[in-house]
Design a protein around this ligand. Structure first.
Ligand code: NCD
Length: 320
């Protein structure tokens, strides 16, 4: 199984965790995707028992809400730790916070943190399964699962392996995007053809040299592609290396109906949200039939139910 076992908390059994796509095997990911479809079709009972703690150190609308709904729909008790009003605001370390939560006996901890690697710190200090809901600019594995599910629906394909050969252009701030990192890992595993499109400052160093298909020109990057995956310009992670202006970014890289029609008229448009309207995407495309943003959000609940169910199933088998 590719879903990693967490480092063992002292004297306890390791719990299976889902902290990154990197290192996962296609079979494990495909099982989660099939489970998500089965849950959506009503083929899985919702009678799990257990405690899920959501530990969000960063802002979130869709991810936190969908993890909460997913846990409740499975039958779990869900607690949201309000970080601003917790002991973290008094200077408690992440490890100490997690040990405190661990003593309450959670089965799953869902964590979002601005520091890459924080989910591993959590996993090292709890016997619960840990799910990474986004760590710094590193990974956001459940986003990749819900995106794969959305693509599989639209292209009416049966398994993750059938994403092979699909051409996907990722446009925007790839360097700062955890969503891009998780998706690139999943799509590479599946054998999709990936193009990376954006200004030099937004592309991670070394990618062109490592053989990735890199484009600085939107026209070449989008022509004939099956999917355009847009990324938000991560204003909060730019650290002074901003693109000259958002207006300029839109002029060169913003997706408009006109550009889509000219370069890839049948392409589907995706975006993990939150969207900067008028920057990476024109308003008019938000309600276009080719735009899958709402489907992505809807699938987020099924995908997260599947990840939770998958881990809890294995947790029962390794449990103390
Ligand atoms: C993303 C995130 O927070 O990583 N959003 C999400 O979870 N759907 C992307 C972003 O913030 O741009």
């Amino acid at each position: 199984m590719g879903v990693q076992a967490a480092t063992v908390a002292k004297g306890r059994q390791p719990a299976p965790s889902f902290t990154s796509i990197r290192g996962c095997e296609s079979d494990a990911l495909d099982s989660i995707l099939q489970l998500a479809r089965k849950i959506r079709a009503g083929g899985v009972g919702h009678s799990r028992r257990g405690l899920q703690v959501n530990l969000f150190f960063e802002a979130s609308t869709r991810t936190r809400t969908s993890f909460e709904v997913a846990g409740r729909r499975l039958g779990l008790d869900v607690v949201n730790l309000e970080v601003a009003s917790s002991s973290v605001s008094k200077g408690e370390s992440l490890a100490d916070t997690v040990r405190t939560i661990d003593a309450i006996g959670p089965d799953v901890i869902v964590v979002r943190h601005s520091r890459a690697g924080a989910p591993e710190v959590v996993a090292a200090n709890t016997a619960a399964s840990v799910i990474n809901a986004g760590d710094g600019a590193r990974e956001h594995p459940t986003q990749a699962v819900l995106d794969a599910m959305t693509l599989m629906d639209r292209f009416q394909i049966a398994s993750m392996a059938d994403l092979r050969g699909l051409s996907i252009a990722v446009v925007g701030d790839i360097a700062h995007s955890r969503v891009a990192r998780s998706n690139l890992s999943l799509w590479s595993l599946a054998g999709a053809n990936i193009r990376l499109v954006g200004p030099r400052a937004f592309l991670p160093p070394g990618f062109a040299e490592a053989g990735w298909d890199v484009h600085h020109d939107l026209e070449n990057g989008l022509r004939g592609t099956d999917v355009v995956y847009l990324l938000r310009v991560q204003l909060e992670r730019q650290h002074g290396q901003m693109y000259p202006s958002m207006g300029e970014y839109h002029r060169r890289y913003g997706l408009t109906k006109h550009r889509l029609e000219r370069l890839a008229p049948d392409a589907l448009v995706m975006h993990p949200g939150p969207v900067n309207r008028g920057v990476e995407i024109a308003d008019e495309l938000m309600t276009d039939d080719r735009c899958l943003i709402q489907d992505q959000v809807t699938n987020g609940v099924w995908a997260r139910m599947a990840v939770l169910d998958f881990l809890l199933d294995r947790l029962e088998k390794v449990s103390c």
